[in-house]
Design a protein around this ligand. Structure first.
Ligand code: F0G
Length: 497
């Protein structure tokens, strides 16, 4: 739609101008720092940082209905810079000018209702938000769009060259980091650290394809994370893990979109979120609190964090009585929800603070945890696929979480669940294939049920002339082959004439 076709009162706002006064704020000691430098942790006490907009009150000077209308109109305003996460520019990184914003097609992923059969089997109406439909096929693109836009801004303003951006990853952060860095050409080069054998071949192919330098390290994600922390403390690199507070801002867009996709009515909704490094759930809580503070939503949804029993530090923490809670990292065991297989989530201090803030506003039962086992994760993913939804294993973890939550009375069928399929199914398809062929390594503790396994069928054409790639059949033998093949397929399918 052309600018002149928008309502007159909306036109001046469609194109955002740099605004606000964002600063870094340390969660541990409260120190405040200017954003003219990239910090990951507080230089005074080493605590985690969040970005706060000191001029947030300006957003409240407009009624919630103004922002709701503006953001809905922005969806049909054809300007690259205000696409994706920057539809919500004023709430995300209002300081960044439009010419620094990167858009590679991320965000505004669909929310899809579970088809009837699936909803009936699970016992409630629910939706999946398909965040695998992002450019690098996971939700990580939301955060990278902002982190790399900020880096682009810094490169331009400070005339920097050859910045090295690094991250540790279970496979998706690295794919997103490499892709968004690649979009900046030679000014930013990315290097990624992966636990050898613990990312899927599809995930490994992504940073390789984007031209990143890829290091495979022994151990698990938590070990790679320690190395990358050391790198960022000792050398001059730009850290792209979710310690980087700019990423959190971008990932808040997941919450903003859900608000928009449910007409800003979130009162009876329960968001189910898989937790690994705890960056995603932190961002969702933060985003919802901001929309609530600015009056875009009246009622906050409930949030359930889901973890596998094999990587469950957050569940173990919240299952303790609230006055006795003590955090300890866990030793992870192999999980098919491999991207969330993290024993010592870096963003845990952010999560515990934001969950407490959230409960203060939305009530005690507004934040909860639920634990699931590997068999249920795997079979939930396969079930969704057999009913029309292709979700990743972490999406399977959410569906397993929904089942467990209903069974334990943590939610009721009167509530509407929105589950996060955080990545595309095809990134994790080797788990499906291994399950089907019964070759999933014993260490995952998942047993193949033959009734669920699916295999391609071959037909027996012994004695018949069959086509070959380099030798098509002549018309006569071809007709015979087609007739016999069709009859064999009809017989296998039980078809009658
Ligand atoms: N789902 C997927 C597909 C992920 O890649 C991750 C995290 C999570 C869920 C958990 O989200 O860490 O924000 O709590 N992957 C990171 C990575 C750690 O390196 O790709 P979280």
């Amino acid at each position: 739609m052309l600018l002149e076709d928008f309502p007159e009162d909306i036109r001046p706002y469609l194109e955002p101008k740099p605004s606000g006064h964002p600063i870094y704020e340390c969660l541990a000691c409260g120190a405040r720092l200017a954003i003219d430098q990239l910090y990951y942790t507080c230089p005074t006490c080493g605590g985690l940082l969040m970005i706060e907009d000191l001029d947030f009150p300006r957003l409240r000077s407009q009624p919630g209905s103004f922002w709701r209308r503006l953001f809905d109109y922005r969806l049909i305003y054809n300007r690259q810079a205000t696409r994706g996460v920057f539809t919500f520019h004023e709430f995300i990184a209002p300081n960044l000018p439009l010419n620094d914003l990167i858009y590679l097609g991320e965000a505004h992923t669909p929310v899809v209702a579970a088809p009837n059969e699936l909803a009936k089997e699970i016992g409630t109406l629910f939706y999946f938000k398909m965040d695998g439909q992002n450019p690098s096929a996971s939700f990580k693109d939301r955060g990278m769009a902002v982190a790399l836009s900020y880096l682009k801004n810094q490169v331009r303003v400070k005339n920097l060259s050859s910045v090295i951006a690094v991250c540790a990853s279970t496979g998706d952060t690295s794919a997103a980091a490499a892709l968004y860095a690649a979009s900046l050409g030679d000014s930013v080069k990315s290097a990624v650290l992966l636990p050898k054998g613990r990312v899927t071949p599809q995930q490994l192919s992504q940073p390789l394809g984007a031209g990143a330098t890829v290091f495979e390290l022994p151990g698990v994600f938590d070990d790679c994370m320690k190395v990358v922390e050391r790198l960022s403390e000792t050398y001059n690199v730009a850290l792209l893990n979710s310690k980087n507070p700019w990423r959190v801002l971008g990932q808040e867009s997941y919450a903003y979109e859900i608000a928009q996709q449910f007409d800003y009515l979130l009162g009876d909704i329960v968001l189910i979120v898989p937790v690994g490094n705890a960056g995603n759930i932190t961002a969702i809580l933060s985003g919802l609190l901001k929309f609530h503070r600015a009056g875009l939503i009246d009622r906050l949804p409930r949030i359930l964090a889901v973890q596998s029993e094999r990587a469950n530090p957050v569940v173990l923490y919240y299952e303790q009585p609230s006055n006795l809670r003590a955090y300890s990292p866990v030793k992870v065991r192999p999980s098919v929800a491999q991207a969330a297989m993290i024993g010592d989530p870096v963003s845990f201090p952010r999560l515990s603070k934001l969950a407490a803030d959230y409960e203060k506003v939305a009530g005690e039962s507004s934040f909860g945890v639920v634990e699931v086992n590997e068999q249920s994760i795997m079979e939930s993913m396969l079930l969704a696929n057999r009913r029309g939804l292709t979700i990743c294993t972490q999406g399977g973890e959410c569906l397993a979480g929904l089942r467990a939550a209903l069974a334990k009375g943590l939610m009721t069928p009167l509530e509407t669940a929105v589950l996060d399929s955080t990545a595309h199914a095809l990134k994790f398809v080797d788990f499906q294939n291994a399950y089907f062929s019964g070759s999933l390594a014993k260490e995952y503790g998942v047993i193949t049920k033959p009734e669920i396994a699916n295999h391609p069928r071959e037909l027996n054409f012994d004695g018949l002339e069959v086509p070959k790639v380099d030798r098509p059949l002549e018309p006569g033998p071809r007709e015979t082959f087609v007739r016999i093949a069709a009859d064999k397929i009809a017989s296998a399918l039980g078809l009658t004439t």
